[in-house]
Design a protein around this ligand. Structure first.
Ligand code: DP6
Length: 330
């Protein structure tokens, strides 16, 4: 027999970061994290399960993906086959609508879309919380892309089954906020360390890791107050300090991991200048040179123009809150 499901999911950008695992196999994080799902750069994934396939086949818009990507997808399908008690192999076709290689949380949208599509194709009837746990098995940050808007991923408690069950994502209300994220696609010029490797190295070697973990607890607590109060400047300040603190843990790793490129620094400087000029704009960065600037939606054109001035050739996009992962194409 044959069954097929298509799903769409969007990337998310963490305002309180996930950096460090307490269990590598289940992707159980050291800290809870909180993000905003975007409305740009969707991933659309189709999963077709059939009796006659001798092995899983993974394809992308531009042909076949890297071996590393295929291996991650196959490992993820093995998790689903275990849950569904179904050995059939699958054909997975995935299309990223964002600029390829820009490294904009494509693993988050990718594994969220794959979780929804594969659960459908293998006939698993999972609620959103269960889908967020499942997406986490592909990539930790993908757990948050199951939901739209602001989302918290709970670190959960314990290891093994207890850890797996308690580490899921859920939406966070912030009805008074009307935010935008201005995404500056900065060119790195060199190949960076993968986030998986960088995270491991930070946990194992950085003397600054534990202090950031402690600070992150306070940041998360303060972030909830700021979101509930609809206080964008407070949300931005907390997000910026949390992100810079995460990068400080990496700079302390041995050998150091540094994602800041010259272009990233120019955007960070511009954000400081915007604030000096009275515009509420705050920067965050992930495992790459791109800078995302949080601001109010009504300031987004001004912020985008100011950021674009730092490099005429750089792509700058404005994102606003986007939806959770759904069955269907775009
Ligand atoms: C810096 O979710 O890509 O973007 O769980 O190993 O797949 P794995 O890592 P991943 O890490 C994301 C790290 C981050 C911060 C964040 O999104 O919270």
């Amino acid at each position: 027999s044959v069954s097929e499901t298509t799903a769409t999911a969007y990337p998310n950008i963490a305002l309180i970061k996930y950096w460090g695992k307490r269990d590598e196999a289940l992707h159980l994080p050291v800290t809870s994290s909180l993000s905003l799902t975007l409305d740009i750069f969707a991933t659309v994934t189709d999963v077709r399960v059939a009796d006659d396939l001798p092995a899983d086949v993974v394809t992308t818009a531009d042909g076949s993906p890297s071996r590393a990507f295929t291996a991650k997808v196959v490992a993820f399908l093995d998790v689903i086959r275990g849950m569904a008690s179904d050995d059939r192999r699958a054909r997975v076709h995935t299309v990223n609508t964002g600029p390829t290689g820009a490294g904009l949380a494509s693993s988050a949208s990718g594994f969220a879309a794959l979780a929804v599509a594969a659960a459908g194709a293998y006939g698993l009837d999972l609620d959103r919380r269960a889908l967020s746990r499942l997406a986490r098995r592909g990539s930790g940050s993908a757990s948050r892309s199951i939901y739209g808007g602001f989302v918290q991923w709970h670190r959960g408690d314990g290891l093994d089954t207890a850890g797996d069950v308690s580490s899921y994502a859920e939406p966070v209300d912030a009805p008074q906020l009307d935010p935008a994220l201005v995404v500056a696609l900065v060119d790195a010029g060199e190949k960076a360390v993968t986030s998986r490797e960088a995270m491991r190295r930070t946990v194992e070697t950085s003397p600054f890791f534990q202090p950031w973990v402690d600070a992150s607890k306070t940041d998360l607590h303060d972030m909830h107050s700021a979101l509930a109060a609809g206080d964008l400047p407070a949300v931005g300040e907390i997000a910026e300090r949390n992100a810079l603190g995460m990068h400080a843990t990496m700079l302390g790793a041995r050998p150091a991991v540094r994602y800041f490129a010259p272009g990233s620094m120019r955007v960070l400087d511009r954000v400081v200048e915007l604030r000096a000029a009275g515009v509420a704009a705050y920067a965050t960065m992930d495992a790459g040179p791109n800078v995302k600037v949080l601001c109010d939606r009504r300031d987004s054109a001004k912020v985008a123009a100011a950021v674009a001035e730092t490099d005429e050739t750089m792509q700058v996009m404005v994102a606003t809150p986007g939806p959770g992962a759904v069955v269907g194409g775009t």
